[in-house]
Design a protein around this ligand. Structure first.
Ligand code: PLP
Length: 395
């Protein structure tokens, strides 16, 4: 880890992602995998891409996996495959990474912001119901809901489906942070009608650049996606039967992911063990994240909710702990997004969480000594400022 106690406290050197440690384990395999691609030279949609798609589909039990250039593209390609466009409403949580909402106006549709649950950080189904009513009153066609599995835990798809199905909405799972998690025995990749994930370097399963994938059981949508990611190609190279994108996963990135996939199940267990340790070590003084009954999380983030998170943020900065705030501004308050409608029942939890969340570093290679030092720093700091019992009050 690299920790040294000084008069001022712990001078920790905590790595935020564990990628360097992972490279020590897998570096040779990854370098050899890249070298094989350099040797065969099929850099676009080479054999590793096909292999990876099969392995990922098998991993989660989806019928199809279609890889693409990023998690953002995965979401956009799905909206394109669903034919979403002008006059359509797409429901998105107000507390997420901007990509969840960004792709909606990009296809000409209107994002409508929905509130989240303060306990799970994920979409609140009753807020969704109200938002659907609003869309209809605005003269928009309710088409899709994009449920985000924030911080690694799947959204409550049963409850979301119960609201979405009577309105004929397609449920898209934004699983950028949750690939590898599950709900009631079903893996992420099979929980929505379609699922989008990201292999951005900080994600639980990551490549060395941008990358993404889509999972679906729908043969027709899978065919459309395979065409859309290659400029809307038809049967042959110069046959362009629809407007598409250039959005392939590079063969080199697929080779890297294949090498990492062998280790991924163990890495998930290691993340879960570290989350348990945090909760056992801090649960008496802080509100720690909850995993819903029947669900598992891959702990993309370990997120606390504090009345005064700025104090903890300052403390962590001082101690060399890379704590981070995801996300300090809810999407509906972002300058580029203020013009879009919000559910009439309000976005109180999204606004409140944006002010009060803070995530501690978590990754499969965080060693016990470092984690203990992080917890000690958090505890000592909170004690020092007389905030031992920070019981967050929800709005
Ligand atoms: C919830 C969420 N959705 C979408 C994305 C977009 O993924 P990418 O960065 O691969 O485009 C991310 C991550 O970056 C994310 O966290």
């Amino acid at each position: 880890m690299g920790s040294s106690q000084t008069d001022g406290g712990y001078g920790l050197n905590v790595t935020p992602t564990g990628l360097a440690e992972q490279r020590l384990l897998l570096g040779d395999q990854i370098d050899q995998a890249i070298a094989r691609v350099l040797a065969h030279g099929q850099f676009i949609l080479g054999p590793e891409v096909t292999q990876l798609e099969q392995r990922l589909a098998d991993f989660c039990g989806a019928r199809h996996c279609v890889t693409c250039a990023s998690g953002t593209d995965a979401l956009q390609l799905l909206l394109m495959a669903e034919g979403v466009g002008p006059g359509d409403a797409v429901f998105v949580p107000a507390f997420s990474f901007v990509a969840t909402a960004e792709i909606v106006p990009l296809v000409g549709a209107v994002p409508i912001f929905v509130d989240v649950s303060a306990d799970s950080f994920n979409m609140d189904p009753s807020s969704l119901e109200a938002a659907i009513g609003l869309a209809t009153r605005l003269g928009l066609r309710p088409r899709c809901v994009i449920a985000v599995d924030l911080f690694g835990q799947p959204a409550d798809y049963d409850a979301i489906d119960a609201v979405a199905a009577p309105h004929g909405l397609t449920v898209i799972a934004d699983a950028a942070q949750s690939f590898g998690a599950s709900r009631h025995g079903r893996a992420v990749g099979t929980l929505g009608h379609h699922t989008a994930t990201s292999f951005y370097p900080t994600k639980p399963l990551s490549c060395y650049g941008d990358g993404g994938a889509i999972f679906t059981d729908d043969d027709h949508v899978a065919d459309l996606l395979r065409s859309l990611r290659v400029h809307g190609q038809g049967r042959s190279k110069n046959d362009n039967i629809r407007v598409g994108l250039n959005s392939r996963l590079d063969t080199i990135q697929a080779a890297i992911l294949l090498a990492k996939l062998d280790l991924f199940p163990q890495e998930i267990l290691e993340r879960q063990a570290r989350a348990r340790r945090y909760s056992e070590g801090l649960g008496d003084i802080l509100r720690v994240p909850e995993v819903q009954e029947g669900a598992s999380s891959v702990w993309a983030q370990y997120t606390l909710v504090l009345q005064d998170r700025d104090e903890l943020a300052a403390l962590c900065r001082q101690a060399g702990i890379p704590a981070a705030v995801y996300y300090p501004v809810p999407l509906h308050a972002q300058p580029g997004y203020r013009r879009f409608p919000a559910t009439p029942t309000g976005l109180t939890n999204a606004e409140w969480l944006a002010k009060h969340v803070i995530s501690l570093p978590i990754h499969p290679y965080l060693d016990a000594e470092t984690q203990d030092a992080i917890m000690q720093t958090v505890r000592r700091g909170l004690q020092a400022v007389g905030k031992l019992s920070l019981d967050a009050q929800y709005a």
